[in-house]
Ligand binder design. Structure first.
Ligand SMILES: NC(=O)C1=CN([C@@H]2O[C@H](COP(=O)(O)OP(=O)(O)OC[C@H]3O[C@@H](n4cnc5c(N)ncnc54)[C@H](OP(=O)(O)O)[C@@H]3O)[C@@H](O)[C@H]2O)C=CC1
Ligand SMILES: CC(=O)N[C@@H](CCC(=O)OP(=O)(O)O)C(=O)O
Length: 315
C-alpha cells in the first residue's frame, strides 16, 4: 500500500522542492490542502493524523505548533525548520555523520533536517573533532556563501523584484553579531566546547553554497598536515552515496582553484575539499542549500525511515 505523505508548508520554497522530488513516485500518495485551508490548524491536524509521514516546511513557531497538533500520534515527522535540531529526543538528519546518526534516523519517528550552513559545517568539523585531529576547545571560525533561496519566499521576492535596491545586486554579509540561528546546532552536533564564530554571506544567485572552516594549526600549537586531514575525511565518508571527499590538489592546482558556489545546484550531493599546508589548512564543503541543505536531505531521511534505498528519487 502506498505511503501517505503530507507536506505542511507545501507552498513554500522547501515544501515545493520536496513535492517536486516526490511527485512522480508511485510508492507514495500525497495529501494536499487547498489554498484556503493550508494554514487552518484543524485541516493541518487532520492531514497530519491521516499521513504516515509529514514534512514540516514552516517557520519555527508553526513547526512547533504542527508537532503539538500531532500529539502522540504514530506519524513520522521530518522537520526542515530550526525548531528541533538540538532537541535530544529528535534524530539529527545527517546520516553520513556516523553509523549512530543513521541508526537513530532509521528508528526515529521525529527527525530534524540540519540547517543548510550547519550541514556544510558539521560535514567538516564533526569528523575533525571525533577523529581527534581538531581539539574540542579549538576556537573554530567559519565563513560561507549562500544563494538567496536560503532566505525563503520573502528574500526570493525581494531579490527578484524588478525594482530592487542597488545593494541587492551585491553579496551581503549578515549575522555579524555572531548570532546566526544555526550556531547552536553547529556547536552541539560537531562536539565543540566553544561557540564558533560564523560569518555568512548571501549573494545574487538562486541556490548553492560553500561553507569554509580555516584552521591555524601551527600557531595554535598542533600539527595537521593536509594529507592526514584529507585521508581521514576520505575514510570517514568512504562508500557514501552523496558526500564525496576530493583528492588533495598540488600546491599549483590549489593556487589555480576557484570554487563556484552553485556547482551542485539541484542535487543532493556534497563535496569536501582540503586546501593549505602544514601551517594553515582550509576545509570547504560545497552543497545545494535547497538540496543536501534542505529538501534533498529531508527526502533522504524519509527513505531511510521507510527502510528504502536512501537514493530513491535523489540526484
Ligand atoms: N530555503 C532554504 O534554503 C532552507 C529552509 N529551511 C527551513 O525550512 C522551513 C521553510 O523554509 P522555506 O521553505 O525557505 O520558507 P518559505 O517562507 O519559502 O515557506 C514557508 C511556508 O510556510 C507557510 N506557512 C507559514 N506559517 C504557516 C502556518 N501557520 N501554517 C501553515 N503554513 C504556514 C508559508 O505560507 P505563505 O506562502 O502564505 O507565506 C510558506 O508557504 C523554515 O523553517 C526554514 O528555516 C531549511 C533549510 C534550507
Ligand atoms: C541566505 C539565507 O538567508 N539563509 C538562511 C538559512 C537557510 C537555512 O538553511 O536555514 P534553516 O535550515 O535554519 O531554515 C539564513 O541565514 O537564515
Amino acid at each position: 500500500m502506498a505511503v501517505k505523505i503530507f507536506i505542511d508548508g507545501q507552498a513554500g520554497t522547501t515544501g515545493l522542492r520536496i513535492h517536486e522530488r516526490l511527485a512522480d513516485r508511485n510508492d507514495l500518495t500525497m495529501i494536499t490542502l487547498t489554498e484556503e485551508t493550508r494554514k487552518d490548524p484543524e485541516a493541518r491536524r487532520a492531514a497530519i493524523l491521516e499521513s504516515d509521514v509529514t514534512f514540516l516546511c514552516l517557520p519555527d513557531d508553526a513547526a512547533r505548533e504542527a508537532v503539538a497538533l500531532a500529539g502522540d500520534a504514530d506519524v513520522r515527522i521530518i522537520d526542515a525548520s530550526t525548531a528541533h535540531r538540538t532537541n535530544p529526543d529528535w534524530a539529527y538528519g545527517f546520516p553520513e555523520l556516523s553509523p549512530e546518526h543513521r541508526e537513530k534516523i532509521r528508528h526515529s519517528k521525529r527527525v530534524a533536517v540540519p540547517g543548510c550552513y550547519a550541514s556544510g559545517f558539521a560535514s567538516l568539523v564533526y569528523p575533525m573533532v571525533h577523529s581527534g585531529l581538531l581539539p574540542k576547545d579549538y576556537p573554530v571560525q567559519c565563513f560561507a556563501m549562500s544563494g538567496y533561496s536560503g532566505g525563503g519566499k520573502k528574500m526570493i521576492a525581494e531579490i527578484e523584484s524588478p525594482d530592487r535596491a542597488p545593494e541587492l545586486y551585491s553579496p551581503r554579509f549578515y549575522g555579524l553579531a555572531n548570532n546566526h540561528k544555526h550556531l547552536p546546532e553547529m556547536q552541539k552536533i560537531s562536539g565543540l566546547e566553544k561557540k564558533p564564530m560564523f560569518t555568512p554571506i548571501v549573494d545574487d544567485y538562486y541556490n548553492g553554497m560553500v561553507v569554509c572552516v580555516p584552521i591555524q594549526a601551527a600557531i595554535s600549537g598542533f600539527s595537521l598536515e593536509p594529507e592526514r586531514v584529507q585521508e581521514m575525511l576520505e575514510r570517514h565518508y568512504a562508500g557514501s552515496n552523496f558526500v564525496h571527499v576530493q583528492p588533495l590538489k598540488t600546491p599549483a592546482e590549489m593556487t589555480a582553484t576557484k570554487l563556484s558556489c552553485n556547482d551542485l545546484r539541484d542535487t543532493n550531493q556534497m563535496e569536501i575539499f582540503v586546501f593549505g599546508d602544514a601551517e594553515q589548512i582550509l576545509l570547504c564543503s560545497r552543497l545545494d542549500n535547497l538540496g543536501k541543505g534542505a529538501s534533498g536531505a529531508a527526502v533522504q531521511c524519509m527513505n531511510i525511515m521507510l527502510g528504502l534505498d536512501e537514493t530513491v528519487g535523489l540526484l
